[in-house]
Design a protein. Structure first.
Length: 408
């Protein structure tokens, strides 16, 4: 765990930080969350770590500092950082075509209209490039999207990276490449399976499965011993149950601890959402990014690489509202751009959020979230297990609670 210090020593109020504790407790007492945990650091020092409620309410096991959580899409920044370690070795450039490494994408067309035998497609006007994968501008979609036949084709062809125990990442990516893109690469921001494809690219660059590549590049160097694609047998007693929001009431997810797909041998390593982790582990990763590539004496990325990742990469410095496909989310699309693996705040006033310009952030499908504020030297990790992730304005409320505690 990151070294602890008194909040006042780094310009935060202990009393005001403690407002987070009853806020978490209210979510639990109101039956909105089974349990949750929040960690806050400033200037590399841990100043707040508290939890409330149950990791598994069916058996009465409380949330603890070592509880193992499904982090879902908080996997994406980790895989993006791993990819950038290969960039630093000169093994690819951001504007390299993806097909240079994954030739199955050489002839992937772009959907235009209609479906079935009447479907019309166009060739790619510019090749899908690696920076498109890192920024979700590759023209890919998630199969749950119902606005065009592309999502339906993904479902029909079984393009499901969350099906963790059958097939392989390489197999699914090859099948994905036979389905038309939803958009011309570089023309639209759409949250998608792009980071799963990026994970396959990492496998090719590393010449080993993604789980081993992440161990070598991220987990072992940072001491993230509880993070991985599979819950090990000795972790099962610490593995949190997941819950669904059913009209405001909590309902246990079918993915119970004993039969969870996370607890069985994994064959599909989803770079878009496959990891489990703990607060201590994820803080180590986030603090490495906050410190611009280094944690203690261990350097994972160079300073300029992290600075590049933290820049808005959307064309014309657009925000997500100007280039994105609207989806239901508690997070604003206005005033928010996207870097290489993270969202990037462009304008806090436009985003209507208590935050800083340049803040990096992302969340997961089970309502987990983190952010890194280089301006204030603050890192926050919030973990819980509730789907869907936009059931309540948790992330916006927590920002207000953290920033109101600054006293310097």
């Amino acid at each position: 765990m990151i070294e602890h210090t008194n909040p006042e020593a780094v310009g935060l109020s202990s009393d005001r930080l403690q407002r987070i504790t009853p806020w978490m407790s209210r979510y639990v007492e109101d039956g909105k969350l089974a349990g949750c945990l929040t960690a806050v650091t400033r200037r590399g020092k841990l100043v707040y770590l508290e939890h409330a409620g149950m990791a598994d309410s069916q058996i009465g096991r409380p949330v603890a500092e070592d509880t193992v959580f499904r982090i879902y899409s908080m996997t994406k920044p980790i895989v993006s950082a791993a990819a950038m370690t290969f960039f630093e070795e000169g093994l690819f450039q951001l504007d390299d075509p993806v097909a240079r490494f994954l030739p199955e994408f050489s002839d992937t067309p772009v959907w235009v209209a209609s479906e079935g035998s009447a479907m019309r497609t166009d060739p790619q006007t510019e090749p899908m490039k690696i920076w498109h994968l890192l920024t979700h501008t590759a023209g890919l979609v998630y199969g749950a999207r119902n606005d065009t036949p592309v999502g339906a084709m993904c479902r029909e062809k079984g393009i499901d990276f969350s099906n963790r125990n059958e097939g392989s990442l390489a197999d699914i990516v090859r099948r994905l490449a036979k389905i038309p893109l939803r958009w011309q690469p570089g023309t639209r921001w759409e949250y998608s399976v792009a980071t799963d494809v990026l994970g396959r690219l990492v496998e090719v660059l590393a010449d080993k499965p993604l789980d081993q590549a992440l161990q070598d590049r991220i987990f072992v160097p940072l001491g993230m011993s509880d993070t991985g694609f599979q819950v090990r047998p000795n972790q099962l007693p610490r593995f949190a149950a997941c819950y669904l929001n059913r009209d405001g009431a909590l309902e246990p997810d079918d993915d119970s601890n004993e039969t969870s797909s996370f607890a069985r041998p994994i064959t599909v390593f989803s770079g878009g959402g496959g990891l489990v982790s703990t607060v201590g582990d994820y803080l180590r990763f986030a603090e490495m990014i906050r410190a611009k590539g280094i944690l203690g004496d261990t350097r994972v990325l160079g300073r300029r690489t992290v600075e590049l990742m933290a820049m808005n990469q959307l064309p014309g410095n657009s925000d997500l509202a100007g280039m994105g496909t609207p989806v239901h989310s508690e997070t604003s699309y206005e005033g928010i751009g996207f870097g290489l693996g993270f969202s990037v705040v462009l304008d806090p006033a436009t985003a209507k959020a208590a935050c800083s310009t340049g803040e990096l952030a992302w969340g997961g499908a089970a309502s987990t979230a983190f952010w890194i504020d280089h301006a204030e030297d603050i890192t926050v990790v919030f973990l819980t297990q509730l789907r869907p992730s936009s059931s309540y304005p948790i992330r916006r409320e927590l920002r207000s609670l953290v920033y109101q505690a600054i006293i310097d």
